[in-house]
Design a binder for this molecule. Structure first.
Ligand SMILES: [Zn+2]
Ligand SMILES: [Zn+2]
Length: 103
């Protein structure tokens, strides 16, 4: 019985993200340039070790935004994003790409 439980625990760990590259829930980070191309949040943006755009193509090479460049408010959880805009000043995430610094 103990053996069976041990195997189950190992398999559970395998399903988790790689250790040593932990996730952070806050602040929510995003690349406005990526978002303009494909309006969805990328889970890679929340890795603690990721601080610049690491889209599939790696072509932006922009520092990720952790807050709105216009009004300085932090982004909401991606699940609450509506229309891809800042909740306070209504600036679209695509427009925020203009404020991203190159990495
Ligand atoms: Zn990008
Ligand atoms: Zn804003």
């Amino acid at each position: 019985m103990a053996d069976v439980v041990g195997v189950e625990v190992e398999r559970l760990w395998e399903m988790l993200p790689p250790m040593g590259d932990g996730m952070k829930c806050e602040p929510i980070s995003l690349c406005g340039a990526c978002y303009a191309e494909s309006p969805c949040h990328r889970i890679e943006w929340q890795y603690k070790s990721v601080w610049k755009c690491v889209g599939v193509s790696h072509r932006h090479q922009l520092k990720l935004l952790a807050k709105c460049s216009q009004c300085e408010v932090q982004f909401k959880m991606p699940a609450l994003w509506e229309n891809g805009r800042c909740d306070r000043c209504r600036t679209t995430f695509g427009q925020l790409a203009a404020y991203q610094k190159s990495a």
